[in-house]
Design a protein around this ligand. Structure first.
Ligand SMILES: Cc1cc2nc3c(=O)[nH]c(=O)nc-3n(C[C@H](O)[C@H](O)[C@H](O)COP(=O)(O)O)c2cc1C
Length: 168
C-alpha cells in the first residue's frame, strides 16, 4: 500500500528513458482496473516521438510536462457510440492504477485531463488522428523524477461522514 501514499505529481524528469518493459507494466496495471459491466472501454496511445511530445505539450498551458517527458501515455475511451458517460469511472480507475504502478517502478507521473474540454479533445484528436467514437480522456507524462518530490498529506477528518450528511 505504500505506493498510494508515496505518489505525488511529478512534472520534471531526467533524460533516462522509460523502457518498453516498464510501459508494459504500466499498461497491465491500467487494464487490471475495474470497469462498469467489465466493458474495459480503455485504449492507450504510447507517445515517445519527441516532436509529438512537444505538440501534445502545447495543447494547454498546463500540459507542459508532456513536452518535458520522453514518454506520455494518452488514455482514451471507446464509448461504442453510447451516450452514457459511465466510462469516466472506468478510465479514472485505469489512470490511477498507472500512477501507482509507476511509483512501484521508481517512476514519476502527472495526470492531465483532456476530456471534458472539447477544445483539448479536438486538439489531441487531430494530432493523434483519433476517430470520433473514441474520447481522448487524459495524458499521463511518465519519467524518472528530476529532483526531490514530496507527497502532500491530504487527509481531512471532516471529509468523512457517517450515514447522515452534516456540514461541519
Ligand atoms: C483530472 C486531473 C487533471 C489534472 N490536470 C493537470 C494538468 O493539466 N496539469 C498538471 O500539471 N497537473 C494536473 N493534475 C495534477 C494535479 O494538479 C495534482 O494531482 C494535484 O495538485 C494534487 O497533487 P498530487 O498529485 O501531488 O497529490 C491533474 C490531476 C487530475 C486528477
Amino acid at each position: 500500500m505504500k505506493e498510494i501514499f508515496e505518489r505525488t505529481s511529478v512534472r520534471q524528469y531526467t533524460d533516462e528513458k522509460v523502457t518498453d518493459e516498464q510501459i508494459e507494466k504500466l499498461l497491465k496495471a491500467a487494464m487490471a482496473a475495474p470497469s462498469a459491466m467489465n466493458r474495459q472501454p480503455w485504449e492507450f496511445i504510447v507517445v515517445q516521438d519527441p516532436e509529438m511530445l512537444q505538440k501534445l505539450g502545447s495543447v494547454t498551458p498546463y500540459s507542459t510536462p508532456v513536452a518535458r517527458s520522453n514518454c506520455t501515455i494518452v488514455t482514451l475511451a471507446d464509448t461504442g457510440n453510447s451516450t452514457s458517460n459511465i466510462y469516466l469511472h472506468d478510465l479514472g480507475a485505469a489512470c490511477e492504477n498507472i500512477l501507482l504502478e509507476a511509483v512501484h517502478l521508481g517512476l514519476g507521473t502527472v495526470w492531465m485531463a483532456v476530456t471534458p474540454s472539447k477544445e483539448r479533445e479536438q486538439a489531441v484528436r487531430e494530432l493523434l488522428n483519433i476517430p470520433e467514437n473514441i474520447v481522448p480522456f487524459s495524458m499521463i507524462a511518465v519519467g524518472y523524477p528530476a529532483g526531490e518530490v514530496k507527497p502532500k498529506d491530504k487527509f481531512k477528518l471532516e471529509k468523512i461522514h457517517y450515514e447522515k450528511y452534516k456540514a461541519v
